[in-house]
Design a protein around this ligand. Structure first.
Ligand code: ADP
Ligand code: TRP
Length: 329
């Protein structure tokens, strides 16, 4: 299978990103039947308010994070979106296949428009079309993402179908690949998804120290309404389950789960154990990440090599597309 996914270089990675997407990237890359491409969606990230002085660092940090988590340049192509001009070229062509009301319906656009009222720019509106171009330019079959991206994937399939109908069979219709935890909820408000945009206490960053993880879990919302509303506890249990790898940890999970169902879960025991489980899970990552932070030349080289491979594939599709839509004279 041809697999592609991207992630924006804006702020630090959190366990929602990891459990919803990146964990799956690693699993897919380690199956030799797959051809995987993963990229840093820097063009997408400039649709939000940002500081141009900090962006280069955010791009490099994210690339180092992916490498430290186990994305392997020997198995996957890793690159920076803006280095491949075909993405934006193809998005322009796709713009002529998409109607304005389709983009007005996008829930992520509506949510972000509320959060950045003073900067509802065309890029933010067109974001899903660029995303379709990111995917289709490599003729990918499957896209591992969190649940919040499935509406964008639907649009990518619509665009592929329309293009194929108008200009002849060209693109496969890409499906989304979700993990068992496609939507981790915020620690401070379990009705919202965990996200960088809801304040530091609402998420656990992969770079958080064991002390910070412990503090954040301690203050996480658990069951509310005298135990009637179990969404907070359910979310914490889902996080525990995702990080439980050994047989013992899985048994622990089953016990906690049963206690929670019976209304007998002691958060004073469960929460410190959950914090410990999360920080232990990322021990290797923290070690590799700190080594990579001393070696930004290596990280840059990985991105350069990746761009070369991606560029060749993208260029091929763009020639085919230009010919099919009648621009080749
Ligand atoms: P954020 O919402 O924090 O800005 P991104 O939009 O950069 O995160 O998301 C990057 C990837 O992580 C996407 O595939 C997205 O679907 C996934 N993701 C983000 N938040 C969550 C979450 N709370 N639960 C599961 N997956 C998530
Ligand atoms: N929109 C995605 C997010 O916020 C990032 C992204 C951009 C992406 N282009 C993509 C994901 C193409 C998968 C495929 O998480």
């Amino acid at each position: 299978m041809k697999i592609i996914s991207g992630i924006q270089p804006s702020g630090e990675l959190h366990i929602g990103n990891y459990l919803g997407a990146i964990k799956n990237w690693i699993k897919l890359q380690n199956n030799s039947k797959n051809e995987c491409m993963f990229f840093i969606a820097d063009y997408h990230s400039i649709t939000e308010n940002y500081d141009p002085k900090r962006k280069p660092e955010e791009i490099l940090n994210l690339a180092a994070d992916l490498l430290a988590l186990g994305i392997d340049p020997k198995k996957s192509v890793i690159f920076q979106q803006s280095k491949i001009p075909g993405h934006a070229d193809l998005a322009w062509i796709f713009n002529t296949l998409v109607k304005i009301p389709e983009l007005e319906r996008m829930t992520q656009f509506k949510d972000k428009a509320v959060m950045q009222k003073e900067n509802i720019n065309m890029g933010l509106f067109d974001y899903p079309v660029l995303m379709a171009a990111d995917i289709l330019i490599y003729k990918a079959d499957a896209v591992p993402v969190g649940e919040d991206q499935t509406q964008h994937l639907e649009l990518a399939r619509d665009i592929a179908r329309r293009f194929n109908n108008n200009f002849g069979p060209t693109f496969p219709e890409p499906k989304s690949l979700l993990t068992e935890t496609p939507r981790i909820m915020s620690l401070t408000d379990p009705t919202k998804k965990m996200s960088k945009s809801h304040g530091e206490k609402s998420y656990i960053a992969l770079s958080d120290s064991p002390e910070i993880i412990s503090d954040k879990i301690k203050s996480a919302v658990s069951d509310a309404g005298g135990g009637k509303d179990k969404r907070g506890g359910d979310n914490l249990l889902a996080i525990f389950e995702s990080f439980a790898e050994t047989k013992e940890e899985k048994n622990e999970y089953s016990n906690y789960k049963r206690e929670h169902t019976n209304g007998k879960l002691k958060y004073s025991e469960f929460k410190p154990r959950l914090a410990e489980l999360i920080s232990d899970y990322f021990v290797d990552y923290r070690q590799r990440r700190s080594e990579l932070s001393k070696n930004s030349e290596f990280v840059k080289k990985v991105l350069e090599n990746g761009a070369e491979t991606a560029s060749a594939a993208a260029g091929k599709t763009m020639s085919e597309v230009r010919r099919k839509i009648g621009l080749e004279i």
